[in-house]
Write a protein of this length. Structure first.
Length: 132
């Protein structure tokens, strides 16, 4: 494995860890669900981009997780089916719900907990597939 690609991927993964750990902490401390959702999206985006980099691909400059997952699943097909729904939903967390007009989005704690758990599973799977 190319050490330069490995190091670049690890940097993306570390940033993703910070987002996912922040989402978990905010959830445990009864934080705003829209902010938790944002960090879930960011963690997944960073992990998918890191994985693509590790595999020698330049990730596109997009925030659409389903697009990134499609690219990653061409390398690792097992990533697609369990996580496509999460990626589509988390993309909406980033794009559709963050800006005015209107009040901040509110999601149920149960919904956010389910998405947070799935994000942890995806991160774990990417780490296992990446072997870093």
């Amino acid at each position: 494995m190319d050490e330069e690609l490995k190091q670049a991927a690890l940097e993306w993964f570390q940033r993703g860890d910070r987002d996912l750990e922040t989402a978990q902490l905010l959830y445990e401390e009864q934080g705003y669900t829209d902010i938790i959702a944002y960090h879930i999206q960011q963690a997944i985006e960073k992990y998918l981009k890191g994985y693509l980099i590790l595999k020698g691909q330049r990730p596109p400059r997009v925030h659409e997780l389903d697009s990134l997952l499609n690219l990653a699943s061409k390398i690792e097909p097992d990533l697609y089916a369990p996580y496509i729904d999460l990626c589509e939903k988390a993309t909406r967390y980033y794009i559709e719900e963050r800006y005015p007009p209107g009040p901040p989005a509110e999601y149920s704690r149960e919904e956010i907990k389910a998405d947070l758990d799935m994000a942890w599973q995806l991160v774990k799977m990417i780490r296992e597939k990446a072997k870093v």
